[in-house]
Design a protein around this ligand. Structure first.
Ligand SMILES: *[C@@H]1O[C@H](CO)[C@@H](O)[C@H](O)[C@H]1NC(C)=O
Length: 131
């Protein structure tokens, strides 16, 4: 009995560690999303970064987002912390409402089969993201 409960608590400890490591690093947690969204040049540079093959318009944060964006789309931000999810959601809500053409380009690049925008349309709409 003692052995079993030891084994079980070891298992739940390992599960907790695995879950913690399954989150993205705190790169976005430093990002002031309100300041970003108030600055057209920064928004447009971030969109360009995400849409271009080159990284020349990328800040380190945008470059990181770009490196995980296909996964973010596929998993509906499944590895995002709550704070990251809010920031990513706010960014794409703004882009989808104010830069519709570029938003379509991003969707076509990161969701080429259109599978995920169909699957998550409702969840994204709740965050203000139009697809
Ligand atoms: C852009 O940055 C990503 C993430 O750091 C990297 O994987 C990729 O190779 C870079 N692409 C180019 C064209 O340098």
């Amino acid at each position: 009995m003692a052995r079993l409960s030891f084994a079980l608590s070891l298992l739940s400890l390992l599960a907790a560690l695995a879950a913690a490591q399954d989150k993205y690093p705190d790169t976005f947690d430093q990002l002031d999303i309100k300041a970003l969204l108030a600055n057209k040049d920064r928004i447009e540079a971030a969109i360009t970064c995400l849409n271009e093959d080159s990284n020349s318009s990328c800040t380190p944060t945008a470059e990181f987002l770009k490196s995980v964006l296909a996964e973010v789309v596929r998993t509906d931000c499944g590895k995002c912390t709550e704070a990251q999810k809010k920031k990513v959601g706010a960014f794409f809500a703004h882009v989808s409402q104010h830069y519709q053409q570029q938003m379509q380009e991003l969707l076509d690049k990161y969701d080429p089969t259109k599978e995920y925008r169909a699957k998550y349309a409702q969840s994204w709409a709740a965050d203000g993201i139009k697809v």
